[in-house]
Design a protein around this ligand. Structure first.
Ligand SMILES: [Ca+2]
Ligand SMILES: [Ca+2]
Ligand SMILES: [Ca+2]
Length: 437
């Protein structure tokens, strides 16, 4: 276990420590869940429940062709100029996410034919936010100079994430998240230990917990964190573990966003008895080791009648970034299930992105939650009707009006979740979710 190597190294000098950790930790997302479990017992079971909810939901879902767009804010937290990555690196990283999550990446041709029966496209788009949580125009990038030389420390060896979490707190030298229900927050920073890369990234799973955990300490705060040298496929300071820079393709972020959208490591973080909960990903007895070994078939499985080899092409393995190029349809369905459930507002109710078609209308709904009435204001252009639906799809009220604000009495509605659909000339131009108290 690499953890053991790390722990053993604590007894020695920092230079020896650096030698000992030449096997870097790729991803600490599973450790992050264990950390949260230690603070709030039951969290692991809760995450598993949410996984099953998303899985059940995606099976019932028929419309898989709709493009889901996720607003992103990238928080650059830097102590040195090298860590202050240029916009061009951030833009390339967003582009890589878009290619990988729409199966537009050129290297899909490298996927072995064995996996044609399971491959899938998430059909998810990522865009830097156009508006911040206050409604002001933004580049979707924040830059924070910090006195913290690194957010990594030896506490990580024993699974303590409290120092890492400081990157998510303005008061601790990092920067607070933007509203986590409406933005994917990605922090990019230095997590070295003893000037040695120790960890490439970690993400929080979909928890479905209300207001979880909104920057509170010591709870994990929702989002993705990536080591600055592993971010972007044009990174001028690509990760070097002492034997020259490795080929960074931006797939650490692809991998971590997969965790954020509910996926687990493809080998299930254990031997052949441990799986990832996804039916069409071949199980494996262990992680890949930054390599592209396509000779492995470590566990026997039956996927559509086939014992598939270990899928080193999968983004959720630890194979080299140069041989990662695919998700499976089962992984796709799970992620879209999460976006229809635990991370619903991220793609279904958002004011963070400008509309890119004049036919679409940006609408704001407030207050939310509401007791007696809601106001729906059109931010650009006029709609001609707002229709309120219940969660089960029953049409409740239709309001026709000409000006840009619709005030709707909801005092007679039962408590629960409702949808306001904004219509123009018979076409749906915006959907807002709200809660009646
Ligand atoms: Ca396994
Ligand atoms: Ca599997
Ligand atoms: Ca197999």
């Amino acid at each position: 276990m690499k953890k053991t190597i790390l722990f053993g190294a604590l007894l020695f000098t920092s230079s020896l420590f650096a030698q000992e950790i030449n096997q870097i930790e790729r991803c600490y997302s599973h450790k992050a869940i264990e950390y949260q479990e230690s603070i709030t017992p039951g969290f692991e079971n809760h995450v598993e429940e949410q996984f099953q909810i998303a899985k059940a939901h995606q099976q019932a879902k028929t419309n898989k062709s709709q493009l889901y767009t996720i607003p992103v804010v990238v928080h650059i937290v830097y102590n040195t100029p090298n860590q202050n990555l240029a916009d061009s690196v951030i833009n390339r990283q967003i582009q890589t996410l878009n290619e990988d999550y729409q199966r537009l990446n050129a290297d899909t041709v490298n996927m072995r034919g064995d996996f044609n029966i399971v491959k899938g496209s998430p059909n998810i788009e990522f865009r830097l936010a156009d508006f911040d949580p206050n409604g002001n125009p933004t580049s979707g990038i924040t830059r924070t100079e910090t006195a913290q030389e690194t957010f990594g420390d030896l506490g990580l060896v024993t699974g303590d994430f409290s120092t890492l979490e400081k990157v998510k707190q303005t008061s601790e030298g990092g920067i607070d998240p933007w509203d986590q229900t409406h933005y994917l927050n990605i922090w990019v920073c230095n997590m070295e230990i003893f000037n040695t890369p120790a960890l490439l990234g970690f993400a929080t799973p979909p928890s479905g917990l209300p207001n979880w955990p909104a920057g509170s300490v010591p709870n994990l705060s929702d989002g993705v964190v990536v080591q600055y040298q592993a971010f972007g496929d044009n990174n001028p300071n690509a990760l070097d573990m002492g034997q020259g820079a490795i080929d960074v393709r931006g797939r650490t972020t692809t991998h971590e966003v997969g965790h954020y959208l509910g996926l687990r490591h493809i080998w299930g973080d254990g031997g052949c008895t441990e799986q990832d909960g996804i039916d069409d990903t071949p199980n494996a007895s262990d992680q890949s080791q930054f390599d592209c070994d396509d000779t492995k078939n470590t566990c026997t499985d039956n996927i559509q009648g086939t014992d598939l080899p270990d899928m080193i092409e999968n983004y959720m393995d630890y194979s080299a970034e140069t041989c990662q190029n695919s998700f499976t349809q089962g992984q796709v369905d799970l992620m879209r299930g999460v976006l229809d459930n635990q991370r619903y507002d991220l793609v279904h109710d958002n004011n963070a992105l400008s509309v890119d078609s004049e036919d679409l209308i940006s609408a704001s709904l407030y207050p939310n939650p509401a007791e007696n009435q809601i106001t729906i204001r059109m931010n650009n252009g006029n709609a001609d009707e707002v229709v309120i639906y219940s969660l089960n799809g029953s049409k409740l009220i239709a309001v026709k009006q000409q000006n840009d604000a619709y005030i709707i009495d909801i005092s007679s509605f039962g408590n629960g979740i409702y949808f306001a659909k904004v219509m123009k000339e018979g076409a749906l131009v915006s959907t807002k979710k709200f809660v009646k108290l």
